[in-house]
Design a binder for this molecule. Structure first.
Ligand code: GLU
Length: 512
C-alpha cells in the first residue's frame, strides 16, 4: 500500500489509569490508521499540572503495549513531529494565544477567583440561564475588552496575573461535521469564553490540543463523545488561527454504558458487579487503593481487544471472533454506531473463553504449570495434559485453569460444610467404608474396570448412584464440583484415591 496521508492521534491526559473506554478510543485510532495505511501517534497531554498523577503515563503506555496497539510516533521512539509530550512543548503555545489576542479573537482577563465566584453566584441568584463567562457577561468583568487600554497596559506591565480567554462570537451558528453523528449545529451564545492560556504560564487542553493537532498534521480526530461539547470551540480556534482549511475531520465515539444501559460505565460499576474497568491493575499512588485489571484477571490481550473492537463498531456480519489483521482490514468509522454500547462483563468472559479454548492442550498446560510453580506443586507433563483435557471447556479466564484443577494436585484440607450437610446421610459412612475396602482390591486401575466395579457395588448395596458418588466426590475434591469422579480417580491414581477416601472418612467421621 502506498503511504497515505492519514494521521491520527491518541491523546490521553496522565490524570489516572486508562479506562477501557480510553483503550477503545486508542484501538479505533490504531485500526483506522492501519486500515488506511496511515500513521497513529501517541501524544501525552500533560498541561494540567494540578491533575497530573505520577505513574499514569507509564501505566497508559504499558496498557497500550499489552493490547498490541503500536504507535508510529510517541514520546519514547520520537518522530518527525516531536516532542510528543505537551510539557516538553510548553513554550510553543504562548505565541498562538498572543496571535489570537492580536487578531481580536482572544483577550486578557485579570479576574481573581473570588471575582469569578461572585459573578457566578450573582447570575445564579438572578436565575440567569447562562452563568458563564461569555458574550453576555464579559463586559462586566476585569479584562482587556472591558477595561481602558491604559489600565490593561498598566496591569500587564505590573505583572498582574492574567489568563487569556477566547472571545466567543455572538449570534453565530457553529457547524461541526462529525463522521459519526453528521452535522452538529451549536449556537455560539451557549458557549463560554474558555481559558486558553493560564496564569501559571501553561496552555489549557483546548489551545494545546488544537495547536498540536495542527502542527502534527492530524487528519482525523477520533475521540470520546465527552469531547463533542468542546468541538465547536475547537472549530472556532481552527478558524481564528487561520487553519480552517486543514482542519481535521472529527469522529466522536459513543460512550461505553453500564451493563444496565443507563449512564457511562464507571469504576464504581466494576467494583459493584465485580469486573475490571482498567486494562491493567492500578494502584492509586495517594490512597494505595488497588483496582483490578484485565491482564491480572487472566484475560488474553487478543480477547480483550476483540471484545472492545465490537463495543461500538459493527462489522455488518455475524462474525464475532476477529484477529487483529481482520479488525484492521474490516474496520471503518461508517460502521461505528451513534448510540452507546452496553458493557457486558459476561460477554467479556465469553470472548476470553473462545480464545482460551482455541489454544491446544500443550499451550494450556504451559499456563497451568506456571500456577503449579507458584503454588509449589510439581507434576508430570503427562498429568498436566490429562488435566487440561478434562477442564479446558469450563475455563473462561486463565486462573480458572488452576482454580478448577487444584484438587488434582493437592488433596482437600477441608470439606465443604454445606455440601456435607446436604449429602451425608446416616448410612453414608458405612457405605463408603465398605466401598473403600472393596475398591482397594481392584488390580487394573482403568476406566472400564472402575466403572464395572462401581456398578456392581451399587447394585449389590441396592443403592443409587448419587448415594455413593456425591460423598465420594466430597472426599476426593472437597466440594461438589469438577469433572467425572472416574476421570479424577484415573489422573490421581489408585494410591492417592484410596488415601483421600480413607483420610476423608476419618476426618468426617471422627472430627464431627
Ligand atoms: N487529553 C484529552 C483526553 O484526555 C484528549 C481529548 C482529544 O482527543 O481531543 O481525553
Amino acid at each position: 500500500m502506498s503511504e497515505s496521508k492519514v494521521r491520527v492521534r491518541f491523546a490521553p491526559s496522565p490524570t489516572g489509569p486508562l479506562h477501557i473506554g480510553g483503550v477503545r478510543t486508542a484501538l479505533y485510532n490504531y485500526l483506522f490508521a492501519r486500515n488506511h495505511g496511515g500513521k497513529v501517534i501517541l501524544r501525552i497531554e500533560d498541561t494540567d499540572r494540578n491533575r497530573y498523577v505520577p505513574g499514569a503515563e507509564e501505566y497508559i503506555i504499558e496498557s497500550l503495549a499489552w493490547c498490541g496497539i503500536i504507535f508510529d510516533e510517541d514520546s519514547r521512539k520520537g518522530g518527525p513531529y516531536g516532542p510528543y509530550r505537551q510539557s516538553e512543548r510548553r513554550f510553543m503555545y504562548r505565541d498562538y494565544a498572543i496571535q489570537l489576542v492580536k487578531s481580536g479573537h482572544a483577550y486578557y482577563a485579570f479576574d481573581s477567583a473570588e471575582e469569578l465566584d461572585k459573578m457566578r453566584s450573582r447570575l445564579k441568584s438572578a436565575e440567569e440561564h447562562l452563568t458563564q463567562y461569555g458574550p453576555f457577561t464579559r463586559m462586566e468583568m476585569q479584562n482587556s475588552l472591558s477595561l481602558p487600554a491604559e489600565e490593561v497596559k498598566r496591569r500587564l506591565d505590573a505583572g498582574d496575573p492574567y489568563v487569556i480567554r477566547i472571545r466567543i462570537p455572538e449570534n453565530e451558528t457553529v457547524r461541526v461535521n462529525d463522521l459519526i453523528r453528521g452535522e452538529v449545529l451549536v449556537q455560539s451564545n451557549s458557549l463560554d469564553d474558555k481559558v486558553l492560556y493560564k496564569s501559571d504560564g501553561w496552555p489549557t487542553y483546548h489551545l494545546a490540543n488544537i495547536v498540536d493537532d495542527h502542527l502534527m498534521e492530524i487528519t482525523h480526530v477520533i475521540r470520546g463523545e465527552e469531547w463533542l461539547p468542546s468541538a465547536p470551540l475547537h472549530v472556532l480556534l481552527y478558524r481564528y488561527l487561520g487553519w480552517e482549511k486543514e482542519m481535521p475531520q472529527f469522529a466522536h465515539l459513543p460512550l461505553l454504558l453500564k451493563p444496565e444501559g443507563n449512564g457511562k460505565l464507571s469504576k464504581r460499576d466494576g467494583d459493584r458487579l465485580g469486573f475490571p474497568v482498567f486494562p491493567l491493575q492500578w494502584k492509586d499512588p495517594k490512597s494505595g487503593e488497588i483496582s483490578s485489571g484485565y491482564r491480572e484477571s487472566g484475560y488474553f490481550p487478543e480477547a480483550f481487544v476483540n471484545m472492545l473492537a465490537l463495543l461500538g463498531w459493527n462489522p455488518g456480519t455475524e462474525q464475532e471472533i476477529f484477529s487483529k489483521e481482520e479488525l484492521i482490514s474490516q474496520f471503518s468509522l461508517e460502521r461505528v454506531g451513534k448510540h452507546g454500547s452496553k458493557f457486558d462483563p459476561e460477554k467479556a468472559k465469553w470472548f476470553n473463553h473462545q480464545y482460551l479454548t482455541s489454544k491446544n492442550d500443550e499451550e494450556l498446560a504451559g499456563y497451568l504449570s506456571e500456577y503449579l510453580n507458584s503454588n509449589g506443586v510439581t507434576s508430570s507433563q503427562n498429568t498436566l495434559l490429562k488435566v487440561i483435557a478434562l477442564i479446558r471447556e469450563r475455563a473462561n479466564l486463565l486462573p480458572d485453569l488452576w482454580n478448577n484443577s487444584r484438587f488434582f494436585f493437592i488433596p482437600p484440607d477441608q470439606y465443604d460444610e454445606k455440601v456435607f450437610h446436604k449429602i451425608w446421610k446416616p448410612e453414608t459412612s458405612a457405605l463408603l467404608k465398605d466401598f473403600l475396602s472393596q475398591v482397594a482390591n481392584i488390580d487394573v486401575w482403568e476406566e472400564d474396570s472402575l466403572q464395572g466395579f462401581i456398578h456392581t457395588f451399587i447394585e449389590s448395596h441396592s443403592a443409587k448412584m448419587g448415594q455413593l458418588m456425591n460423598p465420594l466426590r466430597l472426599l476426593i475434591v472437597g466440594t461438589n464440583m469438577g469433572p467425572g469422579i472416574i476421570d479424577i480417580a484415573l489422573v490421581i491414581g489408585k494410591e492417592e484415591f484410596l488415601r483421600r477416601v480413607s483420610t476423608g472418612l476419618e476426618k468426617l467421621n471422627y472430627g464431627k
